[in-house]
Ligand binder design. Sequence first.
Ligand code: PHE
Length: 540
Amino acid sequence: MATHYNQQLSLHWLEKLVLLALNELDRPATYEELAQKAVELVNRAHTAPGREAFATTARQPSAVAKACGWLQQKQLIEQYEHGETTRIISLGEEGLRYASEGLPERRLVNFLIERGGEAKVDEVSRTINDYAIALNWAKRNGWITFDKKDSETYVRIVSEPPSTTVAEELLQRLRLEDAIPVDSLPEEMKNIVEQMTTRQDVIRIVEKRERRVGLTSKGKELASQLAAVKLEEILSEITQLTPEILKTGKWRHLTLSKYDITAAVPPVFAAKRHPLVELIRLVKQVYVEMGFEEIQGPIVELAFWNFDALFQPQDHPAREMQDTFYVDLQERGEIPREYVDEVKKVHENGGRTGSKGWRYNWSEDEARKLVLRTHTTATTIRHLAEVKKPPIKVFSVDRIYRNEKVDWKHLAEFHQIEGIVMERGANFRQLMGIIKEFYSRLGLREVRFRPSYFPYTEPSAEVEVFLGGKWLELGGMGVFRPETTAPFGVKYPVLAWGLGLERLAMAIYGVEDIRTFSRNDLGWLRRTSPLTPYRAAGRI
Ligand code: PHE
């Protein structure tokens, strides 16, 4: 079935002109040739209102190029690149300024004329922007000369320049047309182009492969249908209403162009939060909804809080250099004095807890070492020691460090989702409920627990979540042992947990390599929706 030119495809008037131009030329043509032909067509439509405005647009090869882009998408034309290159000239940054302010040498001469033909160089340098450039070019053009009088240097006009120079004409043309093939310039302008390239950033020249545009068979068919339509009818279409069109009532006889709202547009990459940050925000939001308050602690932490306070013996393998980053300083940190004795006793013989302790000589020096915290449990035990009074319901989502070899599964710097609840009668069943509720608010309903071990909790469990088709081990939890709480005077049970953030993020974002989060891969960042975790949680 034949396509009627106006029915199935809505065409902009310039698209129609391009089709007509190609039809008349009957051969592939460049944008410039098409622009010329399009203007010719516009001029033939004697009675079209606003003919001048149409011609102004059609005259611009860049406008024609745009129309060609649309036509190509509609498969009405094809574009081929040619072997030959064209030199395209446009204004540089300085050129843009000169085109509106005038060339410096012109401003200089105007100034001199105002002063009766001469002025001191000193004064020129104070009055004229870019005076050095101005003096240089005015001299080269033979417009001025320098005179010395009573040890002062004067600039004097020797020959008045023409009212506009070729260079100035070229600047004005470039201002209107923005990009012009050098070859299409009149001879005298071509000559000046070379000279102007020696001035900094006045004009720019780029080499472009020449493009030719030709009709496809579908395009040919449409173009010949169009040829039967009156040009006045085609040019009765406008894309923009102006006050003039409204005032004069011309709008009554004009058709407004239709917008193709389904046309492809260039993708826009708006600024957004990092995907990991977005998940952190969601996790924090969930905690707050559950009635928790956020706490923060230092990244550089005393071994005391990171290990000793958590009843981790000083010969525990986790404390070794290959697992933990120690701060490379002779200096040690200060342990809060009031806890030293109690913690020492608990480690050595269990103190008043009824435990036997680890049975070794606890070293204060070891506890005063500084580490990059290896877990955020250091932050919660610190808080517990400080606050003591029930009830406590706090969380932290923060950075931790482990001396790991970085690979697709491991980072040396990552995040933990930590929390504690302390209140009279708190128990393990309640802890399971909190963890289940937490994940369920993130959209993860299948959670299970496996018995586990941590030096500071009893009972202890491993948390597993069903995600991405498998059970993921996401962290640990337990009830703090008396050896952990007693030295700080905490009387009630403390429920504690520490969960991995990156593992969860990998599953939610479908990322196979944990390094993705710190790689700043712009492609991945652009493709990845910050809303993914919210969607996964069923919150949007
Ligand atoms: N700190 C443990 C870890 O880093 C997790 C944990 C926190 C376990 C609190 C029990 C209680 O793996």
